[in-house]
Design a protein around this ligand. Structure first.
Ligand SMILES: Cc1ncc(COP(=O)(O)O)c(C=O)c1O
Length: 432
């Protein structure tokens, strides 16, 4: 039987994507990563077809003997890794984790203080996203460009004035740790809660290269599990406060999820174990690579932000490309040469500049996972200079990018697939 044309088309599109992003690109999107082969194998399981509404051992459906076990194991592994008492892994994304926490802490007409959007807050923290959908008003915290951080003195004053229901910290452009302790002390004086969204830096926290906000006074942390933490796409909530944990946990189902995408769980367990054994090494290399890449980009002639502060303490680097054509044009040109970044608002851009902002954002976590070291990122900086500053043709640079990428195909900081693990009798290959 000949296969339908549209079926072949669907396969071909998927195949092209896999080949391009997995083997031919330098991937520098700061919010992405790849799982290890073992985690990928653990992801592709029958659990992706199942439902497990409710909490482990208190489910509404039968058939969950092993999903209960794996969910409890994930909670145990993640609590150990993050050194907290409670972990809620059922949010299917960072945005859903935020929604569940926001909804528990405030309602329509209440006020929340957030880090400014132009300084990197995630859209879910704002009136344009989840917060707005819940009817909560956002007021921006003051930001200090010299320290590339929240202005503590002015923020404390604002917290006392506004008396919000909660304050969110954390960002999608997260270069330097936000002042959790100072903000938490002020917030607690007025009975406000502090939510620290660590979606971008969860892997750095697990690898002890970034402060854990729960240990510094935040009431609750929300996250994704797929940025510097190289797990399956998903969300996470973690905290020490039992009462708050129980409240959030009771509402995540049925308020925000029914099916919590169970196939994430085995892959998350594998990734948590990888991070337990390799996390420090991985997180340390991410931070060193980001710093080296930023320095190299600056010496190639790019305007890398926060130079006075050593550019970054995370995986992320931001470049002002106003003089080079703007964020949209530069990001597109890099894509034509197989260097994948995103355009990004800078603090001085108005929100309307979202389609063509002044900056681009780069993250080193994925290529670090493929084994790149400081010297390799210097080569990427050189290629970027040739393309964006010297005006070389994208196809010329692309050839070099494809050659460079050939050296970085295998995922590092991971365990191999153990001998004796059988190939699936279903024989489902990756579409390459
Ligand atoms: C700080 C922050 N919070 C939340 C999210 C949303 O995570 P998700 O894409 O898992 O919904 C992101 C996404 O990039 C983010 O940067």
């Amino acid at each position: 039987m000949s296969l339908p044309q549209e079926l072949m088309r669907a396969i071909e599109i998927t195949r092209k994507h896999n080949k391009w992003r997995r083997f031919e690109c330098i991937n520098l999107i700061a919010s992405e990563n790849v799982m290890s082969p073992l985690a990928e194998a653990a992801y592709f399981t029958d659990m992706m077809h199942r439902y497990a509404e409710g909490k482990p051992r208190k489910r509404y459906y039968q058939g969950n003997i092993y999903t209960d076990e794996i969910e409890l194991l994930v909670m145990e592994l993640m609590s150990e890794l993050l050194k907290v008492r409670f972990v809620e892994p059922r949010a299917i994304s960072g945005t859903i984790a935020n929604a569940a926490v926001f909804k528990n802490l405030a309602g329509p007409g209440d006020k929340a203080l957030i880090a400014p959007v132009q300084a990197g807050a995630h859209v879910s923290h704002t009136k344009f996203g989840t917060l707005g959908a819940l009817g909560i008003e956002h007021i921006e915290l003051p930001f200090d460009l010299d320290t590339w951080n929240i202005d503590v003195d002015r923020a404390v004053k604002l917290i006392r004035e506004v008396e919000p229901k909660f304050v969110t910290l954390g960002a999608s452009v997260y270069l330097f740790p936000h002042p959790t302790k100072e903000i938490s002390d002020a917030a607690h004086e007025v009975n406000a809660r502090v939510i620290h969204d660590v979606a971008h830096v969860l892997g750095l926290i697990a690898g002890e290269a970034w402060p854990n906000p729960i240990h510094e006074g935040a009431d609750v942390a929300t996250s994704s599990t797929h940025k510097t933490f190289p797990g399956p796409q998903g969300g996470l909530i973690f905290l020490d406060n039992e009462k708050l944990y129980k409240r959030i946990s009771k509402t995540i189902f049925p308020w925000f999820v029914s099916n919590h995408h169970l196939h994430r769980l085995p892959a998350l367990a594998v990734t948590a174990i990888e991070m337990k054994y390799f996390g420090k090494q991985y997180a340390g290399q991410i931070v060193r690579n980001a710093r080296a890449f930023a320095e190299a980009l600056a010496s190639e002639g790019f305007k890398v932000l926060a130079e006075n502060l050593g550019f970054t303490k995370s995986h992320t680097i931001v470049i002002d490309v106003r003089d080079l054509g703007g964020g949209a044009k530069v990001a597109k040109k890099l894509e034509e040469a197989n260097i994948i970044v995103n355009k990004n608002l800078l603090p001085w851009d108005p929100p309307e500049a979202i389609k063509d902002p002044s900056g681009i954002r780069l993250g080193v976590q994925e290529m670090t996972r493929f084994g790149m070291k400081e010297g390799d990122f210097k080569e990427v900086a050189r290629l970027m200079r040739m393309l964006i500053i010297n005006g070389r043709e994208p196809h010329e640079v692309k050839e070099r990018v494809v050659e460079l990428r050939k050296n970085f195909i295998d995922v590092k900081y991971a365990f191999p697939i153990p001998k004796g693990v059988k190939e699936s009798p279903l024989k489902v290959p990756m579409l390459l």
